[in-house]
Design a protein around this ligand. Structure first.
Ligand SMILES: [Zn+2]
Length: 270
């Protein structure tokens, strides 16, 4: 992925190295709302974890490659979704992305790295501990810069859903788990939205996203399927507890987005 050619978003907050990331002691109580993460359903128990101390977090935030990369990917999604919204007479409110280490405070409660990347609709922010990208490469075998870009684009997909009031509807439905649940459909749509954004960078005369990048995205989407995650963690999978869709479904919907480049083809609720 030739991301250095992309313009950079000014909406990336660098909270890395801040002890606790501004975490309020004993904060987050009572904030139980839908949180849309890459891996897990909106389980407040996972989100509102206690931190196990922050003593190892002493590095100062710096303008390093991961910061530049994140700004480039977010900037590109801003440009893409801004244009899509404009075409239908809407205005796209750009999200903020906060990079953090260990834990941080959000309008959806206190987050830790264990949660994985997620989007909080209350503050319209995407939260990412970049160590997740290392986990993706080492533990999930999803390597490459585009695997990381897919993660960010998926979370941006949730912001798009928030802008379109789709998040609200799914939350109101209360249909939060199971293979055919609204929650799974919501996640698959976010994968499809990541795919249509990827298409916009691949289908040009001088592509920023190559066929190899798309493949990295597909591998990443497969690696975070409910069946794969559940089999990895406990040896079997239970469709009644699915929140994000199977590896095959996640790949299929990401690929649908890539192939069509059309957000209207991302109706996973039909
Ligand atoms: Zn998600």
């Amino acid at each position: 992925m030739d991301w250095k050619r992309l313009g950079q978003s000014g909406n990336v907050e660098d909270r890395r190295g801040i002890p606790g990331g501004g975490l309020a002691i004993g904060g987050g109580a009572g904030l139980i709302i839908l949180i849309v993460s890459l891996l897990f359903g909106g389980n407040p128990g996972q989100i509102l974890n206690q931190l196990n101390g922050n003593s190892q977090q002493t590095a100062q935030p710096k303008n390093d490659e991961i910061f530049q990369f994140t700004k480039a990917v977010l900037g590109s999604t801003d440009e893409y979704w801004g244009a899509v919204f404009q075409k239908s007479g809407r205005t796209y409110r750009e999200p903020t992305l906060a990079l953090f280490t260990a834990g941080t405070q959000t309008a959806c409660g206190n987050a830790t790295s264990a949660t994985g990347p997620f989007y909080c609709p209350n503050d319209q922010k995407i939260y990412v501990d970049p160590s997740f990208f290392d986990t993706l490469a080492s533990r999930f075998d999803a390597k490459g810069d585009f695997a990381a870009a897919y993660v960010i684009a998926h979370e941006v997909g949730h912001h798009v859903q928030n802008e379109l009031n789709i998040l609200d509807q799914v939350q109101a439905s209360g249909d939060r788990q199971g293979a055919n649940s609204a929650a799974v459909r919501l996640e698959l749509q976010a994968d499809c939205f990541a795919g249509v954004w990827a298409n916009s960078l691949a289908n040009t005369s001088n592509p920023i996203v190559t066929a190899q990048d798309i493949n990295e995205g597909r591998v990443a989407a497969q690696s975070v399927g409910d069946d794969a995650l559940q089999e990895r963690s406990r040896g079997y999978s239970d469709p009644e507890t699915f929140t994000h869709g199977t590896s095959a479904q996640r790949d299929q919907w990401f690929s649908t987005g890539v192939r069509t480049g059309d957000p209207n083809k991302c109706n996973t609720f039909r």
